[in-house]
Design a protein around this ligand. Structure first.
Ligand SMILES: [Zn+2]
Ligand SMILES: [Zn+2]
Length: 329
C-alpha cells in the first residue's frame, strides 16, 4: 500500500515526509483493520514531521483524524462500517487520572500517528475501544476534521468556561477554530475572531461571527473567555489583556512558542485565568460527535489526493489552507 512516513524530522522545506510502499498492517488483538477513506491534516502532524514533538518511533506514518472502513468485522463493529480514529489511541485505564475520568492526562497514553502508524496511508489499524461511530449526514472528508480539530476545539471551549450567551475571543482561525466558533455561536455566544489571515477573516464572517480583526487587535468588547489556537506564545499576553475581569484564556495547541514575560496587573490580576488543554477524553469525542449530529456544522475542506500529502502539509505550514486540509486515498 501507499504510505507516507517520517524517518528524520526536520523543516518542511527539507521534505521530511517520505512517500513509500509498505505491506498492509496486521491488527494486534483488540484492534481493527481499516481501509482509510479520508484523513485530515492537523497542525500536530506538522509538529511531528518538523520535530517540535520528538518522534516516538521511526519511521512513523502520521495522521490522526481518520475516517476508515472496517475491513473485517470484530469487537462489535461490522465489516464495511464507517468509524473514526482520533489522536488518543489508548490509555492504561488504571492510573489515578484514568480512574477519575481524566484519561487525557494518563502518563501511559499512546497517540495515533506518533506512537503508532496513522492515516497518511491506504490502510491503518486502531484499537476498537477507541474508535468512534460517526454521524451520518457528513461525507468522509467533512467528518474527518471533526476527529481532532473538532474534538480539541470542543474541549478547549469547555476549558475556557464561556458563560451562557457570553463573549468569546478566538485567536487564530484554522480548522479547529472554524468549528469551535460555530459551536459557540450555536450556543448563543458573541464570537470575535482575531487572525492575521484575510481569507480566514472572510471565512469567519461568512460563518456568522460577530467580528473579525487582526491577530493583535483589541476585540470590540471585553471577553468572558478566549481560546488561543495559533501556536504563538506572543499572543498569550495579547489575549489575556483582552479578557474582562474573571475571564479565562485556554491554550488549545499541543505546542506553543515561548510566552513572553507577563505583567501581573495587565494580564492576570482581577482573577483572569490562563489554562492549557491536553488532548481529550473519549467522552469529549462522543460529546462533540453528538453535538455535530444535532447541529450540522459547516466544515470548510480543501481536499488533496493521498499522493500529495507532502504538499498538503507544506500548504498548512505556509498558511495557505482555508479550513481543513483532508487527504483522500
Ligand atoms: Zn492511565
Ligand atoms: Zn490533531
Amino acid at each position: 500500500m501507499l504510505a507516507w512516513q517520517v524517518r528524520t524530522p526536520g523543516p518542511i522545506a527539507h521534505r521530511p515526509l517520505e512517500r513509500g510502499s509498505r505491506p498492509v498492517p496486521t491488527p494486534a488483538p483488540g484492534e481493527l483493520l481499516l481501509r482509510v477513506r479520508a484523513c485530515a491534516v492537523c497542525r500536530t502532524d506538522l509538529h511531528v514531521v518538523e520535530g517540535d514533538l520528538p518522534v516516538h518511533r521511526r519511521p512513523v506514518v502520521p495522521g490522526h483524524e481518520i475516517v476508515g472502513e472496517v475491513v473485517d468485522g470484530a469487537y462489535g463493529f461490522a465489516a464495511g462500517e464507517r468509524v473514526g480514529v482520533a489522536w488518543l489511541r489508548s490509555t492504561c485505564g488504571t492510573c489515578a487520572y484514568c480512574r477519575r475520568g481524566a484519561e487525557n492526562l494518563c502518563p501511559y497514553s499512546r497517540y495515533t500517528g506518533w506512537d503508532a502508524d496513522g492515516g497518511y496511508a491506504q490502510y491503518t489499524t486502531a484499537p476498537a475501544g477507541y474508535a468512534y461511530r460517526l454521524p451520518d449526514p457528513y461525507p468522509d472528508a467533512e467528518v474527518a476534521p471533526l476527529l481532532c480539530a473538532g474534538i480539541i476545539g470542543y474541549r478547549a471551549l469547555v476549558r475556557a468556561e464561556l458563560p451562557e450567551g457570553g463573549r468569546l475571543g478566538v485567536y487564530g482561525f484554522g480548522a479547529s477554530a472554524h468549528l469551535t466558533a460555530q459551536i459557540a455561536l450555536a450556543r448563543g455566544a458573541r464570537v470575535h475572531v482575531l487572525t492575521r489571515s484575510p481569507e480566514a477573516q472572510r471565512l469567519a464572517l461568512d460563518l456568522g461571527v460577530t467580528s473579525a480583526g487582526g491577530a493583535t487587535d483589541p476585540p470590540p468588547e471585553p471577553l468572558d473567555a478566549a481560546i488561543l489556537f495559533a501556536p504563538v506564545g506572543d499572543l498569550v499576553p495579547v489575549a489575556l489583556a483582552a479578557l474582562d475581569r474573571g475571564g479565562t484564556l485556554a491554550v488549545a495547541g499541543i505546542h506553543l512558542t515561548d510566552i513572553p514575560a507577563l505583567n501581573y496587573d495587565e494580564h492576570l490580576f482581577q482573577e483572569r485565568t490562563l489554562r492549557s488543554v491536553t488532548a481529550n477524553t473519549r467522552a469529549d469525542g462522543r460529546a462533540l460527535l453528538d453535538f455535530a449530529s444535532r447541529h450540522r456544522l459547516r466544515v470548510a475542506v480543501t481536499p488533496y489526493p493521498l499522493e500529495r500529502a507532502d504538499e498538503a502539509l507544506a500548504d498548512l505550514a505556509g498558511d495557505r489552507v482555508t479550513g481543513a486540509a483532508v487527504l483522500v486515498p
